[in-house]
Design a binder for this molecule. Structure first.
Ligand code: HEM
Length: 386
């Protein structure tokens, strides 16, 4: 347990939840990776896995790295959060996951593809009417919100509250402090809103289907992790293309590069930076011995920039196609919305490629300060039409 004190491994006083570090965490991550495969974070008192190999192996081994005692940093959250798909191991986990997998498989989403593509076309057309936009407020956020709300069948009234609530709720996974408290409050409100929306969901939508299966609680799998993660991914995509116009030229010249480009965006800016696991047995990781019941920080965003795995890891290269990047996790908790996120992103990038010759920075982006999520909070860009 973290409360038991430091494990005998390299120590670090980097504070990953400091505002400035959250906004630009990559120099801190590099220093942690240099220290070793396992690092003790003195603040908040936690074992961290900053390198690719250990993060990948931990995610693939749920029996040794359990989610059943929660995936947050703080015990106060892990002890009080209700059990869900995210915080369970098999066989319970399978019961939460199966209905969502049925709705979110590539085959099931095939039926939703044309509607999502039409939404993407509409947003791409709308933004190109303006010369300068905030790519988060005017594009990524309303687009992701529309896709998810339509899919679930959320009534139009009240939809707009979800992105902010969902973003704030991600704060509860961090260490004890004001941000965590705000996250708990936001999740409470988000859950109440989702529950209240249930009787008003559109017939035939994925939300109504879950309610009919007696899985009303799982509607929050869409309204919580389903919106802001994709908002961050799309915001980071526009940010990277605005700073690397030659990479946008490559995508525009060859649309087959879009899946590779999206993987590369996620590799460089993982929308979810951390969750935790608890070890179920004594382990040796290199020279470090981890006792059973150790809470371990899984650093998705640091693993994705590990120079041991990726050559020149800070370079944005849409031809790299890093199919093993870990932004969606891996193993049994691999993001259940992965196919939806890809469908949304690929459709939007494809329509933008038709209409936008260039994204140009029109001011400094402001990066979000959130205990879990990472991406631009505001992103002013000028659009040069195709
Ligand atoms: C680019 C967008 C997205 C990213 C980067 C992302 C990231 C992640 C990650 C890292 C996990 C793994 C959690 C773990 O290891 O414990 C996860 C799980 C999950 N995601 Fe996503 N996600 C995205 C989009 C979505 C969407 C669109 C939905 C909803 C439809 C969604 C719903 C979920 C759910 C319900 C889980 C829990 C799965 C489980 O524990 O079995 N996500 N996501």
């Amino acid at each position: 347990m973290t409360a038991a004190g430091p494990i005998s491994c390299q120590l670090s006083n980097e504070n990953l939840w400091d505002d400035a570090v959250l906004a630009d965490p990559y120099p801190s991550y590099r220093r942690l990776r240099e220290l070793g495969p396992v690092v003790w974070l003195e603040q908040p008192g936690l074992v961290a896995l900053p390198r690719f190999a250990e993060v990948r192996a931990a995610l693939a081994d749920w029996k040794t790295y359990s989610s059943a005692d929660g995936v947050a940093v703080a015990d106060q959250v892990n002890n009080s959060m209700s059990t869900s798909i995210l915080t369970s191991d098999p066989p319970l986990h399978d019961r939460f996951r199966k209905p969502l997998m049925d709705q979110l498989s590539v085959a099931a989403l095939g039926r939703d593809g044309p509607a999502i593509d039409a939404t993407a076309a509409r947003f791409a057309e709308a933004v190109t009417m303006a010369e300068t936009i905030d790519a988060v407020a005017d594009l990524a956020r309303p687009y992701s919100l529309t896709v998810v709300s339509d899919l679930v069948g959320l009534p139009p009234d009240g939809r707009d509250a979800y992105p902010e609530l969902a973003e704030r709720a991600f704060n509860l996974f961090g260490p004890t402090g004001d941000r965590l408290l705000d996250g708990v409050e936001a999740l409470d409100e988000l859950q109440t809103r989702t529950d209240d929306a249930c009787p008003h969901l559109a017939p035939g939508g994925k939300g109504e289907e879950l309610c009919e299966l007696g899985m009303a609680g799982s509607v929050a799998a869409y309204t919580w992790p389903g919106i802001d993660t994709t908002v961050n991914a799309l915001g980071s995509a526009v940010h990277l293309f605005a700073r690397h116009p030659e990479q946008w030229d490559l995508v525009r010249a060859d649309r087959a590069l879009i899946p590779s480009a999206f993987n590369e965006v996620l590799r460089l800016h993982a929308p979810v930076q951390f969750f935790t696991r608890v070890t179920t047995a004594d382990l040796s990781l290199g020279e470090v011995r981890l006792p059973a019941r150790t809470r371990v920080l899984i650093m998705y965003g640091s693993a994705n920039r590990d120079e041991r795995r990726f050559v020149d890891p800070d370079r944005f290269d849409v031809t790299r196609n890093p199919t093993d990047q870990l932004a969606f996790g891996r193993g049994i908790h691999l993001c259940v919305g992965i196919n939806l996120a890809r469908l949304e992103a690929h459709s939007l990038l494809s329509h933008l490629a038709d209409r936008v010759a260039r994204f140009e920075p029109a001011g400094h982006p402001r990066w979000m300060v959130n205990n879990t999520l990472h991406g631009p909070a505001t992103l002013p860009v000028r659009l040069v039409p195709a």
